[in-house]
Design a protein around this ligand. Sequence first.
Ligand code: ASP
Length: 338
Amino acid sequence: MAAAQEQSGSAKAVSKGETNDQPNMEIRKVGLVVHGGAGTISRSEMTPQREREYRAGLERAMTAGYEILKRGGSSLDAAEAAVRMLEDDPHFNAGKGAVFTSIGTNEMDAAVMDGKTLSAGAVASLKHIKNPVSLARLVMEKSGHVMMDGEGAEAFAKENGVQVLPDQKYFFTQERWEALQKVKAAEKSGGGGKKYIITDQDRHGTVGAVALDQNGNFAAATSTGGTTNKRAGRVGDSPVIGAGTYANNATCAVSATGDGEYFVRATVAHDVSALMEYRGMSLTEAAQSVLDKVAKLGGSGGLIAIDRQGNIALPFNTSGMYRGYVDPNGKFVVEIYK
Ligand code: ASP
């Protein structure tokens, strides 16, 4: 049966579950959605080559996550694997390719949440860890805490055998460096005069994944370099449980991207879950309604979410969001623009 696709504004739901190539086999409901950030993504600035690279990056992430889900692995493993791939890809603002702070450093935040146990782990302001999402998971599993930041988090990483890089060279990309110079120049010329067009692309990014495994467990993972030219020490929504990241087996799993300050104030990820749990809203309704709340505050961005039936929602209020999902036939769907 073809996927029932429901389009409401920018939110899209794919209903899955009844699709089965071999009718006598047990129906396996797994689901995976990834994002590589929302923002002003203009077709005119995108070369075919660049677009292919972004698409390939999202597909690699989906492959990493979906392989795990298909062989019965956990949603947590799948979400982490997908996000690690995106962290390693310099096109995305997380891990390698993270944006620069106003003082020219890279400071990364990440979080994971396990929908079954409501366990969560988060890290903020990391400077020397290649894969912040995996350290977030370690914090969840081994630290006895939910959130750790900066030097303390990196010391904890070292104690647990995670490589701590000696400097920040690994994270450098020319493109992100130039974006910082552009933002700084715009700031100097009075906040974005005609000379410098600061697209959201120059400002932020972020990557994330939500997954549903064969046991019906959810997980969400998000990782980011934050926003270009942010103050050193600034922490956005991504590592804040309930803002940029949330998973609850009773409802859904959510990973967000956008103007972090607004997403924190609107407690985006938990709000989607709460609207489903307390108001009985569908995933699509809840996701769109929370994003509308963000827009009312003045924020832009998007989110990815998945519910128990494998329905997905990917609303955003920017011109594009790098996103991908596995459809009910196991086919990868990657989209960038509205
Ligand atoms: N939400 C991220 C932050 O504010 C940035 C982004 O998603 O683009 O740190």
